[in-house]
Design a protein around this ligand. Structure first.
Ligand code: IPM
Ligand code: MN
Length: 356
C-alpha cells in the first residue's frame, strides 16, 4: 500500500516523540511491504517563529494533500505567561481542526494490566478499565462567537453554542462505537445548568429511540462523571461529550493508567483524519530524552487502523508498545529505576515489529 502522511511534529517534545513514531512506521513499511511517504510541515510556536502564524497556508495544503495527518504537540511556555500575545500556538491546532473538519475526537482509555501498579488508583478499582471518550471537537465554547474582552479590559466573555446537526453527527460516532463495543453510551453534560446540554440530551435521546434501540443510553453530569472516572472507571464503556468536558475528562483518563504519555487519539471528519497524543508539548522535558513516545506511536497505530484499514499492522504496533512496557523498557514517567530513553523505547518497538 502507498500512502502519504503529513507529519506535524510541533513544539516541545513533539519532534522527539515523532521521530520514534516515524521510525516505527518505517519498520511497519519494511515488515509488511508498504510504502509510506512523509510530508513534513510546521505548526504551533515553531510555525509562528518561521512564518508569523501558527497554522500557515502551506501546512494546511500539506494536510489536505495527504492521506492522513500525524500530529505531535504544540504549546510553548513563552506564550503561556503572556496573556497579551496576539497569536498563540494553540490557535494553530484549533484552526487546523476546524479547517480539516475534524469534529470527532476519539480517545480510548485502556490501561495495560502490567501498569495497574503505577496507577494512582487501587488495583481493584482500575482493573478492567476499558472505555473510550468520544469528544466533539469543532464546536462549543472553544469556537462559539461572540467572544472577547471589553475595551477597558475588565470583562471577558466566551460563548457555548451547539446546533442539532453538530450534536447528531458526533452522536452518530458515539453510538457507532457503542455498537462495536459493550453497547453502553454515557452522555456527559451539565444539563442541570446549561441550555446546550439540554439540547444534547434531547437530541441524543431521540436518536437512541429512532436509530439505536440496542444501545443502553445513560446520562451523567460532568462533575459526577469526574468522580465516577476516579471511583469506578471499569463501569464505563463509551462516553459521549462536548468539546470542553471531553478535554478535561481525557486528561483524567490519562492519569488513571499512571501516565498521560500512554494515551493516543484520533480526530476524524468527513474527508480528513488526524492522529495525535492526548498529552501536550511537555516543554520541561524537551531535549532530555525522557518523553514517553508511546502515545505518539499508538496514535500512529490508530492511523494505520482507522485511516488505512491496516488492522494487522496496527495490532503489531500495539503489541510492540505493550511488550516494551511488559519488559520494562519505559521512560521515567512510568519507571523510576532503570528507565529507558525516548529513543530506546522507539528502537524496542521497531525491533519488535521487524522480528514478529
Ligand atoms: C487537547 C489539548 C488542546 C485542547 C489544546 C492544546 C488547545 O489540550 O488536544 O486536549 O484543548 O483541545
Ligand atoms: Mn487537553
Amino acid at each position: 500500500m502507498d500512502r502519504k502522511i503529513a507529519v506535524l511534529a510541533g513544539d516541545g517534545v513533539g519532534p522527539e516523540i515523532m521521530n520514534e513514531a516515524v521510525k516505527v512506521l518505517d519498520a511497519v513499511a519494511e515488515r509488511y511491504s508498504h510504502h509510506f511517504e512523509y510530508g513534513y510541515a510546521d505548526i504551533g510556536a515553531c510555525a509562528i517563529a518561521k512564518y508569523g502564524e501558527p497554522y500557515p497556508e502551506r501546512t494546511d495544503m500539506m494536510c489536505k494533500s495527504c492521506d492522513a495527518v500525524l500530529f505531535g504537540a504544540i504549546g510553548d511556555p513563552a506564550y503561556d505567561n503572556d496573556p497579551s500575545a496576539k497569536v498563540r500556538p494553540e490557535q494553530g491546532l484549533l484552526r487546523m481542526r476546524k479547517e480539516l473538519g475534524l469534529f470527532a475526537n476519539i480517545r480510548p482509555v485502556e490501561p495495560y494490566p502490567s501498569l495497574y501498579g503505577v496507577s494512582p488508583l487501587k488495583e481493584s478499582v482500575i482493573r478492567g478499565t476499558d472505555f473510550v471518550i468520544v469528544r466533539e471537537l469543532t464546536g462549543g465554547i472553544y469556537f462559539g462567537e461572540p467572544r472577547g474582552i471589553s475595551e477597558d479590559g475588565t470583562r471577558a466573555f466566551d460563548t457555548c453554542r451547539y446546533s442539532v446537526d453538530e450534536i447528531r453527527r458526533i452522536a452518530d460516532v458515539g453510538f457507532g462505537y457503542a455498537m462495536k463495543r459493550r453497547r453502553k453510551l454515557t452522555l456527559v453534560d451539565k444539563a442541570n445548568v446549561l441550555a446546550t446540554s439540554r439540547l444534547w440530551r434531547r437530541t441524543v435521546t431521540a436518536m437512541q429511540k429512532e436509530s439505536y434501540p440496542e444501545v443502553e443510553l445513560d446520562f451523567m453530569y460532568v462533575d459526577n462523571a469526574a468522580m465516577k472516572l476516579a471511583m469506578n472507571p471499569s463501569a464505563l464503556d463509551v462516553i459521549l461529550t462536548e468539546n470542553m468536558f471531553g478535554d478535561i475528562l481525557s486528561d483524567l483518563g490519562g492519569a488513571l493508567g499512571g501516565s498521560i504519555g500512554m494515551l493516543p487519539s484520533a480526530s476524524e471528519g468527513s474527508s480528513h483524519s488526524l492522529f495525535e497524543p492526548v498529552h501536550g508539548s511537555y516543554p520541561q522535558a524537551k531535549g532530555k530524552g525522557i518523553a514517553n513516545p508511546t502515545a505518539q506511536i499508538l496514535s500512529a497505530a490508530m492511523m494505520l487502523d482507522d485511516a488505512f484499514g491496516l488492522a494487522v499492522e496496527a495490532d503489531a504496533v500495539r503489541s510492540a508498545c505493550r511488550s516494551a512496557v511488559e519488559n520494562r523498557v519505559c521512560t521515567p514517567d512510568i519507571l523510576c529505576d532503570g528507565w529507558s530513553t525516548t529513543e530506546q523505547v522507539g528502537n524496542y518497538c521497531k525491533q519488535f515489529i521487524l522480528n514478529h
